[in-house]
Ligand binder design. Structure first.
Ligand SMILES: Nc1ncnc2c1ncn2[C@@H]1O[C@H](COP(=O)(O)OP(=O)(O)O)[C@@H](O)[C@H]1O
Ligand SMILES: [Mg+2]
Length: 357
């Protein structure tokens, strides 16, 4: 029996286009002999549009951009439940969504309520991983080394600007990195080298979130590792990002190709061992499932964790799949493995008891 996979992509998010690229690539790599693939496109307006079953790879991204009028069901729940309310439609949902409303636990919550198996992280890991402050606090609990940081909400900022600027300057050194707590892809992130820039950067970050984090800047290499698994997560080789712009921003990450990836990264084996250990500890403290990309700053022999991404870039030329390819797992094999892990985790959950006997 073929497994019926719901590919969930697009999304009301700044990373809509990236998601479409990923979905197209997946249709090119997935084994149609093993899987029935049903595309579910979320438009930029947040409308869910289910397309017809795919029998061959999508040639272009446009092939996967269905319109509301072409879409059969017109309510989210109808995607999942058939007319009689029976749970029938999908064996596994494969969310390929980044950022808000996709990587932050909201879609995962919907799928939980519907009791559907889905690829990747659950509600807790997704939302904790999306909030840089919560993530860093958990990393501290796990004893993971990271750069010092300060954070506050807009309400506090509006009332105590001078005090908060002084706090940043007391606890951190310039340059500092100012970030909205809850966004990805470097949106709203700025580097500040003096008080004036700091104030401006905070002002910008507050356009995107009510909570802002300010980190001490570090001059370091950026090296990443991929983690794959549920209860016994495995770690890939390391990969280094070599940006050509001043820092790894949205343009260089997704658009102009001005970064190069070096896989495997040239690092001493002790540094690699430290990173592996930290990647696993990060995975466990956030209670991750399926996959995570762990991003580090490496300065000499010192390793600092920067963040984890619970739905890392997943096109065939993205770091996460490339790290596995260099560790002996091809893109199609990785897709199989993630689907398998989704089923495993779902089955584990079905064993739980929900009454009080
Ligand atoms: N504390 C820091 N020191 C030096 N560079 C940083 C720091 N924080 C972020 N950067 C640079 O900004 C980029 C984006 O920051 P990151 O926290 O990874 O945000 P995102 O979630 O958008 O990927 C990093 O990849 C790095 O190049
Ligand atoms: Mg990052």
């Amino acid at each position: 029996m073929k497994k019926r996979i719901g590919l969930l992509y697009g999304g009301k998010s700044a990373e809509h286009e990236v998601s479409l690229t990923t979905a197209t690539a997946i249709t090119k790599a997935i084994d149609f002999n093993k899987y029935e693939v049903i595309p579910i496109y979320i438009t930029l307006d947040g409308e869910w549009c289910r397309g017809p079953q795919l029998t061959k790879p999508a040639e272009t991204e446009e092939d996967l951009q269905f319109k509301k009028s072409e879409s059969k069901p017109n309510h989210i729940i109808e995607f999942i439940l058939d007319k009689d309310g029976n749970q029938a439609k999908f064996d596994v949902i494969f969310p390929l969504l980044h950022g808000t409303n996709g990587e932050d636990g909201t879609v995962q919550g919907l799928l939980e309520v519907l009791n559907l198996p889905y690829v990747g992280n659950g509600v807790l890991a997704s939302s904790a991983g999306m909030d840089k402050v919560v993530m860093k606090q958990l990393f501290s609990v796990a004893g993971l080394k990271q750069v010092p940081f300060v954070y506050f909400i807009r309400y506090e900022w509006d009332r105590n600007k001078e005090e908060l600027l002084s706090k940043c300057e007391k606890e951190l050194q310039y340059p500092m990195f100012v970030k909205p707590a809850n966004l990805g892809s470097s949106v709203g992130i700025n580097k500040a080298s003096n008080r004036e820039e700091l104030e401006e950067a905070i002002h910008i970050a507050f356009k995107y979130d009510r909570k802002v984090i300010i980190e001490q800047g570090i001059e370091a290499r950026e090296i990443e590792m991929a983690v794959l698994g549920n209860n016994e997560p495995k770690v890939s080789v390391a990969g280094e990002i070599k940006p050509t712009t001043e820092f790894y921003d949205y343009e260089s990450k997704y658009k102009d190709g001005s970064t190069s990836l070096v896989i495997p990264a040239e690092i001493p084996s002790e540094v690699e061992a430290t990173m592996k250990d930290m990647a696993i500890r990060a995975f466990k403290i956030l209670d991750c499932a399926g996959l995570v990309r762990a991003d580090f700053f490496v300065r000499g022999e010192e390793v600092f964790i920067n963040e984890v991404n619970t739905m890392p870039g997943f096109t065939p030329v993205s770091m996460y799949p490339l790290l596995w390819q260099n560790s002996g797992l091809s893109y199609p094999e990785l897709i199989d493995k993630l689907i398998e892990l989704a089923v495993e985790r779902h089955n584990e959950k079905q064993q739980l008891q929900f009454n009080r006997e």
